[in-house]
Design a protein around this ligand. Structure first.
Ligand code: AMP
Length: 190
């Protein structure tokens, strides 16, 4: 059983690697960003609530995000494990994830931080903007998302490090090489 959270700045390749890792480990990848985008596209109430925040590169309020993650992790396919991509993103979400896992009587196996240099990630995201047309991939919003990451998300790596759960992996390189690095780094946990 494998329960992993994937940390790392926007543009570090979390989404791509989460899908590949989840495949290799046989657990679902749960991406909060993808769930928000699907709800926005589908015009649901959750989507309408999230849209203003995601388009500005702000975090969606915790009560909304936490409830969404709690309900997703209660689904049957997540019982045997999961790979969380994009959650938790601040200290309060770390506590909420602890509470969710405690209710299920399980623990996290690892928190993987995918590292990448700021200018490299900005370049990648600007390129992605031309391919995927994501609303939040404009330069000012990208810079703001990086700032939110630095201020709110980066500090949670230290919390997981204190628990002995943090694994840092260089996210720069060929997609397949980075996946190999991740699997090697996770071998003791997974
Ligand atoms: P991502 O696809 O992970 O880059 O997420 C896209 C956007 O969705 C973020 O910029 C936030 O607006 C929102 N989002 C994703 N995950 C979270 C989270 N854990 N907490 C709050 N907002 C989130």
């Amino acid at each position: 059983m494998t329960r992993i959270v994937l940390l790392g700045p926007p543009g570090a390749g979390k989404g791509t690697q989460a899908a590949r890792l989840a495949d290799a480990l046989g657990v679902p990848a749960v991406s909060t960003g993808d769930i928000f985008r699907a709800n926005i596209a589908g015009g649901t109430e959750l989507g309408r609530t999230a849209q203003g925040y995601t388009s500005r590169g702000e975090l969606v309020p915790d009560e909304v995000t936490n409830a969404m993650v709690a309900s997703r992790l209660a689904e049957a396919d997540a019982a045997a494990g999961f790979l969380l991509d994009g959650y938790p993103r601040n200290v309060a979400q770390v506590s909420e994830l602890d509470a969710i896992l405690a209710r299920h009587g399980v623990r996290l196996d690892a928190a993987v931080e995918l590292t990448a240099d700021t200018e490299v990630v900005v370049g990648r995201l600007l390129h992605r903007a031309t391919v995927e047309g994501r609303e939040d991939d404009t330069e000012p919003v990208i810079r703001h998302r990086l700032e939110v990451y630095r201020e709110q998300t980066a500090p949670i790596a230290a919390l997981y490090a204190e628990r002995g759960l943090l694994v840092r992996v260089d996210g720069i390189g060929e997609v397949a090489d980075v996946t190999e690095r991740l699997l090697t780094a996770l071998r003791p946990a997974a």
